[in-house]
Structure formats: C-alpha cells, structure tokens
Design a protein around this ligand. Structure first.
Ligand code: C5P
Length: 221
C-alpha cells in the first residue's frame, strides 16, 4: 500500500483542524497543521520586533526562525527556536497579523518546503490541513477536500472555542476579514483545487464530517 496523502483546505472556522486530527488518528496517519506554521513564523516576527506590515522586512527575516512541527496524529506540537509555541500562536495578536505575513512569497516558499518534506517523510501517509495544500503544496495528493460552512456557523464555532472572549459578531467580522485577505493575495491564495471534493459542513456534526472523509479515503485506497 502506498502512503495516502490527504489535503484538507478551506476558510477559518469550517472545522478543518478538528476534522483533520480525527481523520488522521482514525486511520493511523500523520497530521500536519500548516496554519500553525504560518502562526509560528508570525509570532517569531512579532516577538523579534519585525514590522509585519513591511514586506521587505518580513521577507528578510523569513529564513531566521527554526520551526519544527510535530506530525504525530495525537498532540501535535510546534516549536520555534526550540521553544514550545503552541500556546502563543493562538493569541489574537498573532491571528490579526498572520494574513499579512503569510502573503509574503519568501515566507510561503520556506514553509511549503517544510510541508513537502513532512509529507514525504510520513511513513504511512499524512493529513495536511491549510489553504493551498491541494492547489500548491501537494497537487498530487490522493484525496483533496475543500471544507466550507456559512459565515454564521463558522463564527459561532470559533466563538465557542474562544469561550466568550469576543462577541460572535466581532469573531465573524475578524473571520470574514482574514478570509478575504487569504483569498485575495497573489501568491497561492485560499482556493478550491479543481479536483477537490467540496464538503459543506454548515448542517453536519463533526462526526458526520469525519465519517464522510474517512469513507472517501477508503474508496481511494
Ligand atoms: O488555519 P489557521 O487559521 O490557523 O491559519 C492561520 C493563517 O495562516 C491563515 O489565515 C492564513 O493567512 C495562513 N495560512 C496560509 N496557508 C496555509 C495555512 C494557513 O496562508 N496553507
């Protein structure tokens, strides 16, 4: 059996992370969260005084941090220069800055290299989640999924995760803004690959989405 490579893309709040982790665990595959890598490089820039609105400064700094992602199915980890970054990358400051950093081509080239290496090294295959996995990072993936959901559903799920730290409306505004930036950028924008299967999760439970994707993978194997 050759390793199965699963690309899961889509905007924020569609359940990509929960779904991808669960699918990987169920099938014994590795798991890679590429959004965490963009967040990690953004956190490093913010912590090291790089002006994230200065494209040239971001490009020049893009090679500096050492980013190591765990690709295990359970408890994915991410370190930056040897330090655990899994907490700090989820702050609102990082979330607000990440789209600007991830739009810089030098940042993408660097991280896409790490992502392809992780996929090639996964012994039994891998589930990779992001925005451009099916279109750019792994165009030959065994299966490509594009997750969608209404803006309302995405905002209310994300508000649940944030546990009332922000109103649902503020969360929705921030999500819509980030998606517009991610979809509108020049270098590998958020987009559905032509051969990706679109799954609208608005009215589905997490278990239903997981089941649907597991079935699609088993059909391809
Ligand atoms: O998935 P998550 O919301 O953690 O991603 C954070 C940000 O990282 C996205 O808003 C996007 O700007 C960037 N990203 C990207 N390409 C990917 C994954 C994430 O540009 N493959």
């Amino acid at each position: 059996e050759s390793p199965v490579i699963v690309a899961i893309d889509g905007p924020s709040g569609t359940g990509k992370s929960s779904t991808s982790k669960a699918v990987a665990a169920k099938l014994g595959l590795s798991y890679l969260d590429t959004g965490a890598q963009y967040r990690a490089i953004t956190w490093w820039m913010l912590s090291n005084g790089v002006d994230v609105s200065d494209t040239e400064a971001v490009a020049n700094a893009s090679a500096k941090p050492v980013i190591v992602s765990g690709t295990e199915p359970v408890g994915p980890t991410i370190t930056v220069d040897g330090e655990d970054a899994s907490g700090p990358i989820r702050t609102q400051e990082v979330t607000a800055a990440v789209s600007a950093v991830s739009a810089v081509p030098e940042v993408r080239t660097r991280l896409v290299g790490l992502q392809r290496a992780a996929a090639a090294a996964a012994p039994d295959g891998i589930v990779v989640e992001g925005r451009d996995i099916g279109t750019t990072v792994l165009p030959d993936a065994t299966l490509k999924i594009f997750l969608t959901a209404s803006a309302e559903a995405r905002a209310s799920r994300r508000s649940g995760e944030l546990k009332g730290a922000q109103s649902v409306q503020a969360t929705q505004d921030a999500l819509v803004k980030r998606d517009a930036a991610d979809s509108g950028r020049k270098t590998s924008p958020l987009a559905k690959a032509d051969d990706a299967i679109e799954v609208d999760t608005t009215d589905l439970s997490l278990d239903q989405v997981i089941e649907c994707i597991v079935t699609l993978i088993e059909e391809k194997r």
